[in-house]
Design a binder for this molecule. Sequence first.
Ligand code: 5GP
Length: 202
Amino acid sequence: MQEGLLIVLSGPAGSGKGTVSQLLLRSPEFAFSVSATTRAPRPGEVDGVNYHFISVADFEERIRRGELLEYTNYCGNYYGTLRSEAEAILAGGRNLLLEIEVEGAANIRRLRPDAVLIMLLPPSFSAQEKRLRGRGTETEEKIRARLARSRAELDCLHLYDYMVLNRDNGAEDCAEDVRAIVRAERCAVRRHPGAAAAFFEN
Ligand code: 5GP
């Protein structure tokens, strides 16, 4: 069985990553690795579904035990990918979707050069600001911190393999772009190093 692809989906706050991920996860081909975080749950978020919501002490203990594939501190909270969760999904042949920020993405690139890095972008900075305020899930201070971070995130665009533009209400188009990227990546010659030899053996 071919191992699943490791797909990193990043994007500035308000880019629509969550919605696009939900659309992708409707297909059994994709699986989501539930990250651990020390930030407080937003209304409606469920422990073990959106995140594993854990304490700072617990997070730091997991870092020490090597349980995190990658982790970062984003706007004052820890976020990290649990190694056990990610590896089980890949071994099962499903495509692993990591919805993580740019520092985590750069770490994944080092650990797993075969990962596919996709940046989801709002149409513009002003559109991003409008969306973030419209969402109404963060305080003004947190909105400002997230907006300020988007410059650093865009500075890392060159690390990514693909960019997908989320036009207004374009989540389904974005999901379609991601599915197309994954389909093409599965056919990439570099992912099939023994193919020519196998052709004559079978
Ligand atoms: P939020 O608080 O909006 O859920 O997430 C804040 C940022 O942290 C987002 O950019 C999200 O993609 C990122 N993030 C979520 N989980 C992880 C993780 O496990 N590792 C890293 N590096 N970033 C994460």
